[in-house]
Design a protein around this ligand. Structure first.
Ligand SMILES: [Zn+2]
Length: 475
């Protein structure tokens, strides 16, 4: 449901002083924090570890070639419009509709590189500065609201900016066209440096424009926010032409499997063209379908049959962890139905497969989470938590990992510890008032239940004392 501008403004956290005209580092971080909170409370964010891992690994790899050492965070929004956006402080959102639409990883990478370029070129703060100097946009809330509304409905976004500022429409569009051109130029360079096909950007936008040219009502969101002119396509293509042949990467093609996962999340697996899939991919689809089934006890055997092909696929594709992580999900399903025969038959093989994947992909969020889930299913919550804790060094997955840790601690009957991890999760997304709430809960429960984590709690409070202070003006 698209937000109205007023709703978006009313739902924003208190941002403190609203009338600063500068947009410095501290301001940008504050804006980024408010934006991240808004994303977590008002948008349908994808939590699927496999999808997050895919998008984040690809995006951080591209961002590492942006030539800038700065903060980035990447989120996937469950929204079937074809779109992506860049918010303040390097917060980038990618719609599931975009992932479903691209045909190659290069096409997806090209849109991500374009958004990363908006960040490195500071387009948002330059727009803000530009608008401020026009004496019109004077509050952070208006800016964030414009971005949030724009994500759901880009025309409304522009209208909000206009309405709030009395700006001349032509000036505004000229500004954004300049920015789009610059994001294309810089984005293609970043795309190329990170080893993707630089032709993919022009090709993807060109394809979208061609598809929608006879249907004005079905112009993808991304084309509304990124007006494609012949000029823009030609410029993108000629830039790509002058680059030497791109490096062919030898990474597994997981895009097809990730698309299947997104289709499964939205209960659209029956719309997938099976003919275009390989035998292993079809097996992956069948098992995803089974995962969504609430089959009866009598159907356990036929469902277990499908598990066999997945075990084979996982053993055959040892460099593709997605088969092994789905195996764990399936095994948990059988465990929850108390299907002892199937469990006994497969548990050893699946445990070996996921441990192997954990060894070769230590940075893979999905492998780590599924490994921990398997241990938890096997009644080893302590070991499960240990596996997750080892992943916490990675800045980008703090929220997800701490949420799982909280869940496992709760399963193990450690309520104080569960609240402690909730506090860590909220801290990671900049929701300091929630973090304070949870750490106080943890403190109270720890005294009551004698869980022995006082030291951990005190350390947390000391480390974050300026953030989780009792709310004055900044929450
Ligand atoms: Zn753009």
């Amino acid at each position: 449901m698209p937000l109205s501008a007023t709703q978006a403004i009313n739902n924003l956290p208190d941002l403190g002083a609203p009338d600063l005209v500068e947009y410095d580092r501290a301001t940008e971080q504050q804006l980024g924090r408010a934006f991240t909170q808004a994303l977590h409370t008002q948008f349908d964010l994808i939590n699927d570890p496999e999808t997050l891992n895919y998008i984040r690994q690809m995006s951080y790899q591209i961002a590492s070639h942006s030539g800038q050492q700065r903060e980035f965070s990447f989120y996937v929004i469950n929204n079937d419009s074809i779109n992506a956006f860049a918010g303040p402080n390097g917060v980038i959102g990618i719609h599931t509709g975009l992932i479903a639409k691209v045909e190659t990883a290069d096409e997806l990478a090209s849109v991500i590189a374009h958004e990363i370029a908006h960040v490195t070129q500071q387009h948002l703060s330059r727009t803000y500065e530009y608008n401020s100097t026009q004496g019109t946009l004077n509050s952070f809330a208006t800016l964030i609201a414009a971005i949030l509304v724009g994500m759901a409905n880009p025309n409304a976004g522009v209208a909000t900016l206009m309405g709030g500022m009395g700006l001349n429409m032509e000036d505004q569009l000229k500004n954004s066209r300049e920015h789009e051109k610059e994001a294309d130029n810089v984005g293609i360079q970043i795309l190329y440096e990170s080893g993707y096909d630089p032709h993919a950007m022009g090709a993807f936008f060109g394809k979208l424009a061609k598809e929608s040219q006879f249907n004005a009502l079905q112009v993808p969101e991304i084309l509304r926010t990124h007006p494609v002119t012949l000029n823009r396509l030609a410029a993108a293509e000629s830039r790509a032409q002058v680059m030497p042949p791109f490096i062919i990467r030898n990474t597994p093609n997981d895009l097809t499997l990730i698309k299947l996962r997104i289709a499964a999340l939205n209960k659209q697996l029956n719309q997938v063209a099976r003919k275009t899939l390989s035998a292993d991919e079809r097996c992956y689809l069948d098992n995803l379908q089974e995962l969504g089934n609430t089959f009866h006890q009598t159907q356990l055997n036929s469902s277990a049959e499908k598990l066999k092909c997945l075990v084979n696929a996982a053993e055959k594709n040892m460099m593709q962890p997605l088969y092994s992580t789905l195996l764990v999900e399936r095994l948990m399903q059988f465990s929850s139905r108390n299907a002892k025969n199937t469990l006994n038959e497969y548990v050893k093989t699946i445990k070996q497969l996921i441990e192997y994947q954990q060894d070769i992909w230590p940075g893979n969020l999905a492998v780590r989470i599924r490994h921990a889930e398997l241990l938890n299913t096997l009644h080893q919550p302590e070991q499960a938590m240990q596996v997750l804790q080892q992943g916490l060094q990675q800045e980008s997955n703090q929220f997800t990992l701490n949420n799982y840790l909280a869940q496992f601690a709760d399963n193990a009957g450690k309520q104080a510890l569960a609240n402690y991890y909730q506090a860590q999760a909220q801290l990671a997304i900049g929701n300091y008032s929630r973090a304070l709430h949870f750490i106080e809960q943890a403190e109270r429960l720890n005294e009551q239940n004698k869980e022995g984590i006082a030291q951990q709690i005190n350390y947390f409070k000391a480390q974050n004392q300026d953030k989780i202070r009792k709310p004055s003006k900044n929450n």
